[in-house]
Design a protein around this ligand. Structure first.
Ligand SMILES: Cc1cc2nc3c(=O)[nH]c(=O)nc-3n(C[C@H](O)[C@H](O)[C@H](O)COP(=O)(O)O)c2cc1C
Length: 358
């Protein structure tokens, strides 16, 4: 029986614990999405995580719609991310980068590009932009001829990730962004090979993951899914069929891990009344399974003890506690996160949370 304090081997990486840092957008990059030196300090502070998964990081201008989020398409991006990975490795840590195409969530005011998606749909609500919140605009459906180019964009970003010194990449296929927009039938109304049947809607996910595996190796490729319920207006009429089928498709590829974000009915960052799909996925996905959302030490230990998960990612707890594994191990009270500084610029509420450990 494993505990959160046991090591786990992920591909070639030896992770010293199963208390991992969930991907967290923090908006501390430059306006051109180049990472800042402050980001190296922030991630190095959290190097005691069994594994850090970075904030979602744009693969292209087309896919980037979050103010001051990191990007990974240019030489400057690579050069600055290298400072981050060096700082984490010097602090004895391990770090995967989360590869992000936001699809219809991109607002054209950021880069003057109309958003793309599976179909011509509009996300509900409004986007974070440099000019404050603005209503989303209708996306353009990607033409089937554009799919190879899109896959090429993921591959180029993955190559850059390795050049920048990351230990691996996580495809962001969750939370209502581009891959999720293709997966679920609420946002995918296509009639070609990428729409309609479950198999067709999984096709883009599969093709992107296969291309990433070919580029960086299966042991350095991971995926994040968010199966249970609506994310940013993206939902499926039969999640208990779609997501186990997606996981079964990924299983033979031998990935580093699969992470699931599934909020419960009392979730404090998203909620869902629908049951978690994780138990169904556990049956068909034999690789390392990592669970997320509203976990604390006790729930995390219980999930590992039941054999429901191999590791847990902690989001807001890692945001506010750079030394979370140490605090868990020694029963030290946790700092609470300040929502006002989640996405603000500068060091305040970013690198200023105190560590209890020496
Ligand atoms: C400030 C903030 C930023 C987030 N950014 C991302 C992100 O970039 N990519 C992602 O997949 N999830 C993101 N999430 C979701 C978290 O990874 C995680 O699923 C959520 O915080 C629930 O886990 P927790 O209860 O441990 O905090 C974000 C959440 C927060 C609070």
């Amino acid at each position: 029986m494993s505990t959160l304090f046991d090591s786990i081997k992920i591909g070639r990486l030896n992770c010293p614990n199963r208390i991992w840092m969930a991907p967290l957008t923090r908006g501390r990059g430059a306006r051109d999405h180049v990472p800042t030196d402050l980001m190296a300090t922030y991630y190095a502070q959290r190097a005691s995580a069994g594994l850090i998964i970075t904030e979602a990081t744009g693969i292209t201008v087309e896919g980037s719609g979050w103010p001051y989020a990191g990007g990974l398409w240019g030489t400057e991006h690579v050069r600055q991310w290298k400072k981050v990975t060096d700082a984490v490795h010097q602090a004895d840590g391990r770090i995967f980068v989360q590869l992000w195409h936001m699809g219809r969530i991109v607002h054209p005011s950021l880069h003057g590009v109309q958003p793309v998606s599976a179909s011509a749909t509009t996300a509900p609500g409004s986007a974070h932009t440099y000019e404050g919140k603005q209503p989303y605009v209708e996306a353009r459906a990607l033409a089937i001829e554009e799919i190879p180019r899109l896959i090429g964009d993921y591959v180029a970003a993955a190559r850059n990730a390795i050049e920048a010194g990351f230990d691996g990449v996580q495809l962001h296929a969750a939370n209502g962004y581009l891959i999720d927009q293709f997966l679920r039938d609420g946002s995918n109304h296509r009639r070609d090979a990428y729409g309609g049947s479950v198999e067709n809607r999984i096709r883009l996910l599969r093709e992107v993951v296969e291309a990433l595996v070919d580029t960086v190796g299966a042991e350095r490729t991971a995926v994040r899914l968010s199966p249970n319920g609506d994310s940013q207006g993206v939902d499926d009429s039969n999640q208990a069929v779609l997501f186990p089928a997606a996981a079964a498709t990924l299983d033979p590829l031998g990935l580093a891990f699969l992470e699931l974000r599934e909020p419960g009915p009392n979730g404090t960052f998203g909620k869902s009344d629908r049951p978690a799909v994780a138990p169904l996925i556990r049956k068909v996905f034999k690789g390392a399974l990592v669970l997320n959302s509203d976990y604390d030490l006790a729930r995390g230990q219980a999930a590992l003890a039941e054999g429901a998960a191999d590791a847990i990612t902690f989001g807001r707890k890692f945001l506010a506690n750079p030394d979370l594994p140490y605090r868990f191990a020694h029963g030290i009270a946790l700092n609470t996160d300040n929502q006002k500084t989640w996405y603000s610029q500068g060091a305040e509420g970013y690198t200023t949370y105190p560590a209890a450990s020496a």
